[in-house]
Design a protein around this ligand. Sequence first.
Ligand code: ADP
Ligand code: MG
Length: 500
Amino acid sequence: MADAGAPFRIKGDTGDWEVVVGLEVHAQITATASKLFSGAATAFGAEPNTQVSLVDAAMPGMLPVPNRECIRQAVRTGMALDAKINAWSRFDRKNYFYADLPQGYQISQLYHPLVGEGEVEVLLDDKDESTAKRIGIERIHVEQDAGKLMHDQHPTMSYVDLNRCGVALMEIVSRPDMRSPAEAGAYLRKLRAILRYVGSCDGNMEEGSMRADVNVSVRKPGAEFGTRTETKNVNSVRFVMAVIEHEARRQVELIEEGGTVVQETRLYDPDRDETRSLRSKEDAHDYRYFPDPDLLPLELDQAFLDECRSSLPELPDAKRKRYEALGITPYNASVLTAEVETAQYFDNLLDGLQRRDLASEAANWVVSELFGMLNRSGRKIEESPISVRQAVSLLGLVANGTISKTLAKQVSEIMLDEQSGHFGEDPEAIVDAKGLKQTSDTGAIDAEIDRILAANADKVADYKGGKQQLFGFFVGQTMKAMAGKANPQVVNERLRAKLG
Ligand code: ADP
Ligand code: MG
């Protein structure tokens, strides 16, 4: 990342401009298998129109029944975002006509959302707490998704798939607190991590379980907010960042040419990497919102709220701080907590090791060794051929001096190599089978050291003459001669003794 401390500016003919960004994130509540007001299934990729109940198809006389688990997940999400939970909230109808909306209205929450103000802390640079910034959350409300129109299946016809009709969404509305594409990217990644820790949304942006409406305006630094445009349904972090960059430049050019930004809804076209105007922006009154007469207000009792809170897991920030308190570097702590699966693996590893003093070594091993190897074989951590139990053994073998770190690397490579004949075997078995035990036998080590010092008399003289950095060379040569199996501590001691 570029200098996280320098403010993001767009250079115009009239000087520097600042970008102002607010995001409305639609996150599908994937924790439940059914819809917000009906029992229909929500599995991704099902045949069109196979997951549509009479309620979703808006048959006359059908009545919505709130899905308790959806409400529970939205409340837990709000709590994880430090937000105010409104024990009393209400559903409203947002009226509009579109072919993917059989009801003719979306059930949403305008006036009394389930969740009020909250915030998310983002780090612009993972390694540096001083780059922390708080992004305000304005509200989270619960609403129905619409269906999907397909225009490209037939030259003269359009089709509609109602499978998504009525799927439960959380709309997470941020304050206009972001000031660069990088901040928006960091916010989205953090939000996604929190949702995945909570388990309310799987964060799968490719499958559309998380998508963002990107509100962008520009201003001279410190001036009043400018008029914003809203680019709808952007479905990757990279695209959100691209939209902000483009939209800010377009607005600056427009204003500097004497034009004015109109408040409108735009579309992002990833193929052409540009945004296009879709329609002028509607206001709330255009939708004739009114309380949905089919639904009673939602009233949450204390026991429900207590259960929501007590069922929350340890969240990324708390976990990162706990790891740092164990002596793990801020960078490793942030890598280990970024994805919930990694954090689970690492927590299990810590439990298995039962030793605080090994936490930092264990973190190094996961971040530098295991991740590297998993990446090379295209595996995710939950598919790691080295189980947590085996990782505990491996790190234990290093800690008790049976093998060196270098040998540990060899052992893990063997465990991860499907061609090695020892794929997925326990580390102890591999150490035995391959004779990889580290030796502290001073007889053997001394013999190699003597040979190496004799063969490098010139370097020994240089070392004695003050070239201290040659010590590493002698260590390296000895380790090499011992095929990596010498105990490095013993090698160091013996070399120091012999070199005086
Ligand atoms: P609507 O529901 O009509 O889209 P909201 O008032 O709920 O309008 O705001 C939507 C989003 O727009 C919020 O995320 C907010 O932070 C953002 N926003 C508001 N004003 C600006 C602005 N001047 N520039 C950029 N974003 C803005
Ligand atoms: Mg909006």
